[in-house]
Design a protein around this ligand. Sequence first.
Ligand SMILES: [Zn+2]
Length: 86
Amino acid sequence: MQNDTAKDTNGCNIRHESQRTFKHFPKDIICPLCGTSEDKECCLVPIDGTDDDNGICEAEPMHVDCVTQLDMFRYNQEMGILYRKI
Ligand SMILES: [Zn+2]
């Protein structure tokens, strides 16, 4: 199932769990994970603490490749979060 998800990201706008991805990375923004604005597929990652009363929040573009870099993942059992170190 995970393999299918990875394949689906290729040239597709809807990802697993309906997360939108974009084919091009914004030229004027730097991905916080790799520090470049390389033009490749990206997604918008919601930023903690920016939610307003309408359920809308700020998000930052990050490369799909960077977000899914599995060897950078950590699991914090106590807080119940899966996260990627920057
Ligand atoms: Zn990146």
